[in-house]
Every structure is written in structure tokens, then in C-alpha cells.
Design a protein around this ligand. Structure first.
Ligand code: KG4
Ligand code: ZN
Length: 380
């Protein structure tokens, strides 16, 4: 494929309304994210009904802004007609009301402008966020030694934009750790993604959010726990590592949350002021999650004989997690990849990246067949 492929992608699966213009699955021309965090903050979590309404209010503006940012000298309508080759949209998994807003916007544009529409699995979007980068005409993977470029089918050196996808020619494992999922996915090609392990209860991001509530830290919990943990000692409290003693790649974080809650109650009974010990609690809690995520991912890489491990999802924005992954990967002779920090949490650029995989496979549907789906959950 020599022609550049330009995709207008839309994401609205949870509490971020986002639209992006992405070229050849990796070069971001624009990515607008309207976050609802301030709206949901006072509830300590996402309220589905409020989220859907907020998406309705934002979606048109966000799409228009993404087109204007990518093509400043022409009108959004003209950009859609002349520049955009495909539309892409998250069709699941996610909050049904939220998903419907993005899917209906994408279907409308697809019908009006007669562009093919690609439905994208949100989790695979996170996987493909590893291929995104902002610099023009340069598509090396961040943190990656993309050594297999010469060995790929995309060996036309003028075709540099395809090179980011070279890694798909060797299998890799991605840990997707977000607010709703903690999945290990084995990828062997654009159409070959296998769920090999998942959380048996809470997702890692959900655990961070619940722990932040217990410690009276702000929502979303991940960034506030990480911030508090900077001043704490991770070794003061020995919190449990879920499912570490049984032979499984699955994760579990609900016991950790309960242990933290019990510890806080004990300290309160002993008249200890929780805010003063919050950094140590946050740091010990974060360490337990990091330990589980890193060790299970490395075990999976060894079990499936895979050299490359990828990180993705909102929790991947955690710098301590990224450092620990990089260190452990290098000790085990593995190559570690992580997305740019700003593309870890939900965004439409990653949806455009994943959609490009479908374009390469020529997998796209009539917009009439694209619908919000529960089937988007990957199956074990
Ligand atoms: O991927 P994402 O934006 O949305 C879902 O698909 O769920 O992930 C959001 C989750 C939240 O639970 C949030 O607390 C967590 O990612 N998160 C973090 C960090 N930034 C966001 N967790 C740990 N450390 C962070 N720096
Ligand atoms: Zn997500």
C-alpha cells in the first residue's frame, strides 16, 4: 500500500469525548480530547447517564476542532470531503450510552460524506496506542528498537510510515491496564489478538480509584495515588499481591483494596491521622499493583516465548510502573515498549491507529452494519 491513508477517528466509550486525524496508523495530525473528569470528580467515579449527556454536548465541537487542527486552511467540511479516506469509531466495550453518541456521530458522517466506517475495539485501540507518534514523516516506535524493519513486507524504504507496524511481524504481549480492564493480550498480526489473562475482579485503574477514595485523594485515583506515593516509603506496609501464589497469569486486586481499607480502619482506631501516613500507604499500595502487573506480564512473555512486551491503558501513564517494567524487561532480555504518556488514557488517535490495521486487512463494513456491541469484549 503506497498511498497515505488518512483516518478521522472518534472515541466516546467512557468519559472522554475525542476525535483525531491519523495518517497511516501512526502519524497524528490532530487529537482533541474533551475530558469529563471535572464533571464526575464530585461523584468519585463516572456516572454513565451524565457521561452520555456530556458526550452529546461535546461531540460535534470535538470533531470540528480535530479537523480544523489537522487542516487549518480549509473548512472542516472540505477536509472531510478531500482529505479523509476512512472514518473509525469505538464500538465497544464501554458504557452503552456513551458509545452510542460516538457511533451515531460516525455513522452520520459516513453516510453524508460517503466514507467507509471502521468499527474499533477499544481495548485494541489501547494496544495500538504504542504505534502513535507526533513527529511528521518519522514513524519509529517510541522506546522501541524496531530492528525487524528490514525483514518486513514493508521493506520499501520510502514507505517509512508503514515501518511502525513492523513489530506486528513478530508476536508481542500487551498489558492493557485501564479503569475497566486489566488484560494480557498476545498479538500475532492485525487480525490475531488473543486474550491470555485478565483480572478476576477489579481492574488495576479501578483499584487505584477506590484506594484514592479510601485515602480521601481526588479522582481519578491513579494520578493522585502516584503523586502522594512520591513522598512515601513503599516498604512500610506489606500489602498483598493478588494471585501471586497460585499458578495463573490472571490478576486480582480486590483483596488488596480490602487490605488497605482494613489497615486504614486499624490506624484510625489507634488515633493515627490518616493524611500524615497517606504517602506511605499510597506508595505501598502502588508497589503492590506494580509488582503484580510487571511479574505476570514477564511470566506471560516467558510462557509464550515472546520477546516484545507492550504496556497500554490509563495505568500505563504511571511513571513508576514504566520504570519498573523497563528494568525487569531488561533483566529478562525482553524489549519493553510504552505509548507516549498523553496517549495512555482514552483518546481517538489510538482508535485511528487500530483502524489502520483493519485498512491493511481490508476489513471494514457498511456504516449500516456498525453498531455498539457487547461482543467487543475479547474472549479467553
Ligand atoms: O484507559 P483509561 O483512560 O480509561 C479506561 O478505558 O478505563 O484509564 C483510566 C484509568 C483510571 O482508573 C485512572 O485512575 C488510571 O487510568 N490512571 C492511572 C494514572 N493515570 C490514569 N493509574 C495509575 N497511575 C497513573 N498515573
Ligand atoms: Zn480505555
Amino acid at each position: 500500500m503506497n498511498k497515505q491513508v488518512t483516518i478521522l477517528a472518534i472515541e466516546s466509550s467512557c468519559d472522554e469525548t475525542s476525535a483525531a486525524v491519523v495518517v497511516n496508523g501512526c502519524q497524528i495530525l490532530s487529537c482533541i480530547v474533551s475530558s469529563q473528569i471535572p464533571i464526575h470528580q464530585r461523584f468519585g467515579g463516572v456516572v454513565p447517564e451524565i457521561a452520555a449527556r456530556a458526550h452529546v454536548e461535546q461531540i460535534n465541537t470535538v470533531i470540528e476542532q480535530a479537523l480544523c487542527a489537522a487542516y487549518p486552511i480549509i473548512k472542516p467540511r472540505e477536509a472531510l470531503i478531500k482529505e479523509i479516506d476512512y472514518l473509525a469509531v469505538t464500538h465497544g466495550p464501554g458504557l452503552i450510552g456513551s458509545l452510542l453518541v460516538g457511533v451515531n456521530a460516525a455513522k452520520t458522517l459516513s453516510m453524508v460524506f460517503n466514507k467507509p466506517l471502521i468499527p474499533v475495539n477499544h481495548i485494541l485501540g489501547h494496544v495500538y496506542s504504542n504505534f502513535l507518534q507526533e513527529q511528521e514523516n518519522k514513524c519509529e516506535m517510541r522506546n522501541a528498537k524496531c530492528k525487524s524493519i528490514e525483514n518486513t513486507n514493508y521493506n520499501n524504504s520510502s514507505d517509512t510510515l508503514h515501518s511502525a507496524f513492523c513489530i506486528l511481524h513478530s508476536p508481542f504481549i500487551t498489558l492493557v491496564a485501564s479503569g475497566g480492564h486489566t488484560d494480557l493480550i498476545l498479538t500475532k498480526g492485525h487480525n490475531n489478538h488473543q486474550l491470555i489473562a485478565q483480572t478476576r475482579d477489579d481492574a488495576a485503574g479501578e483499584a487505584f480509584d477506590k484506594a484514592a477514595q479510601l485515602l480521601s485523594l481526588s479522582y481519578p485515583g491513579g494520578p493522585s495515588i502516584a503523586k502522594s506515593a512520591i513522598n512515601g516509603n513503599p516498604e512500610i506496609y506489606n500489602l498483598p499481591r493478588g494471585l501471586s501464589k497460585i499458578h495463573t497469569l490472571d490478576f486480582s486486586f480486590s483483596g488488596l483494596k480490602t487490605a488497605l481499607s482494613q489497615l486504614i480502619n486499624e490506624k484510625r482506631k489507634s488515633n493515627i491521622n490518616i493524611p500524615t501516613i497517606a504517602p506511605d500507604l499510597a506508595s505501598s499500595f502502588q508497589e503492590s499493583i506494580i509488582d503484580s502487573l510487571v511479574s505476570k506480564t514477564v511470566q506471560a512473555a516467558i510462557k509464550y516465548d515472546v520477546k516484545n512486551i507492550f504496556l497500554a491503558g490509563g495505568v500505563a501513564a504511571n511513571t513508576r510502573l514504566r520504570t519498573e517494567f523497563a528494568n525487569t524487561a531488561s533483566l529478562n532480555n525482553l524489549i519493553f515498549h510504552a505509548p507516549l504518556i498523553e496517549y495512555c488514557t482514552d483518546n481517538a488517535a489510538m482508535i485511528g491507529a487500530a483502524a489502520y490495521g483493519s485498512v491493511l486487512l481490508k476489513h471494514y463494513e457498511s456504516c449500516y452494519d456498525v453498531n455498539v456491541t457487547r461482543e467487543a469484549e475479547l474472549k479467553l
